[in-house]
Design a protein around this ligand. Sequence first.
Ligand code: PMV
Length: 350
Amino acid sequence: MRSEHRTTPVRSRERSTVTSATAVAHPNIALIKYWGKRDEHLVLPWTDSLSMTLDIFPTTTRVRLAPEAEHDEVTLDGVPVAGEARRRVVAFLELVRERAGLPQRAVVETENTVPTGAGLASSASGFAALAVAAASTYGLDLDATALSRLARRGSGSASRSIFGGFALWHAGRHTGTATDTDLSSYAEPVPAGGLDPALVIAVVDAGPKAVPSREAMRRTVETSPLYRPWAASSKDDLVGMREALRRADLDAVGEVAERNALGMHATMLAARPAVRYLSAATLTVLDSVLRLRRDGTPAYATMDAGPNVKVLCRRADAERVAEAVRGTVPGCSVHIAGPGPGARLLNEGG
Ligand code: PMV
């Protein structure tokens, strides 16, 4: 089941506020990772990153103005959200309200189909959908680039989910004195014509992650002796990745993606104290990827802030790769994703 790419999402809105708007966005998986912020408040990364937006696990978010309410109301799959997750959504809405010059509170209802917090980028689809829906509801007229910058403030990787297919998130200018008016950090689509990729997602553990990625990044940047060397080599990886995508060379894309991800995990393992997302089950899946390669099937692994493994392969090989991976870890669920669409508005109430 594949959906068509949309590299350009619908503009958020052309006129003033509506009473509600609903947006849908898909997660993305980074092939060149974002790991480490140079500015936590503005969510400015140290390095550029590049990802593929998926055609599975969409997040749908409805934002409705609640003029009488004193507080924002936030629900996920019908259940009220509390704690840090709620704080992040409210902080995001504050940003939108400030820009729109409108004080009204909102009701935010999110339906997630991706296992939340399992290193499967639910925050990317979540904040991309929230950015599109909230911008529309509060009457901000934003193009795709501006929506990407806005989504970035909720979660860095969300900047890339604004776009379909492959997207490159520019780290932006390293001025040392970044402000809210700095426009240099945003994502944009990257052409990858001719490549017919799939990501086979092996969910070995759908539970929440032990260390939130925000904290893990901070610790890695501050304490890992491997962080700077990885950030430097990530620049070369990006050059190699762009060239490989241009040539539609799946083996080269996979090789660069795998080494970039393993390097990122090495930085965390060297942090003090270490951050280890990879589990025994992760390594078992990685062994099966090596076996596939040894037997002549191009297959390359990448992992995020969790133990789950995403295997990049040709679309034509996806079922076989899924079968090989499925058998390796008991209880492991396997999903096949292709390149998916960018974030878009579903409807608007007036
Ligand atoms: O956007 P965040 O804060 O959830 O960070 C995502 C970081 C990784 O998934 C590990 C890498 C990436 O580029 O998506």
